[in-house]
Write a protein that binds this ligand. Structure first.
Ligand SMILES: CC(C)(COP(=O)(O)OP(=O)(O)OC[C@H]1O[C@@H](n2cnc3c(N)ncnc32)[C@H](O)[C@@H]1OP(=O)(O)O)[C@@H](O)C(=O)NCCC(=O)NCCS
Length: 134
């Protein structure tokens, strides 16, 4: 199985943990709609009260239509209105679409972390981006 792809059981466990985190107010999650259908999701995981970490996905059939970029713009506007001081985001260095979403919405590249996130027992590199909202 490719790195990052989840089994049904792993996905169920992930969704259960997400629901618990939403109930505790640790994360804000939004569905992305396009022409009346849910085509993806986007969220802000809170780090303290004023900093969030942005994450998103869009279904493959809907890629390259500007959907993630538009969703990110809207969530960043919500974060601004809620008084967040900044948003961080990370991506695999080779994840060009994700990096473009961040660059198109005003994030600045901070640097690369060589071994940062453990996925299926392997430490993966990530690039770190930051958007100051103040
Ligand atoms: C990253 C992701 C959310 C982008 O969604 P999207 O709706 O296709 O993004 P956009 O349409 O707003 O495109 C953003 C940029 O990426 C480019 N892009 C999108 N998909 C691409 C692809 N498969 N190959 C090359 N470029 C691509 C777009 O052309 C656009 O660049 P441009 O404005 O310079 O033309 C989507 O690819 C995805 O869900 N990936 C899997 C999950 C993931 O990686 N999430 C991020 C975790 S860090």
């Amino acid at each position: 199985m490719p790195i990052g792809v989840k089994t049904i059981e792993e996905e169920k466990e992930f969704l259960k943990k997400q629901q618990e985190a939403i109930a505790r107010g640790e994360t804000h999650q939004y569905s992305i709609f396009c022409e009346g259908k849910i085509v993806g999701g986007i969220g802000l995981k809170l780090e303290g009260k004023k900093i969030g970490e942005l994450g998103y996905f869009v279904g493959k059939k809907f890629h390259k239509k500007g959907i993630a970029t538009e969703a990110a713009k809207q969530v960043l506007e919500i974060a601004r209105q809620k008084g967040f001081i900044g948003i961080k985001a990370t991506a695999h260095p080779l994840n060009v679409p994700s990096r473009k979403v961040l660059e198109h919405t005003g994030f600045n590249l901070v640097g690369e972390m060589e071994k940062y996130m453990e996925i299926r027992g392997e430490l993966q590199p990530r690039v770190l981006y930051w958007l100051s909202l103040k």
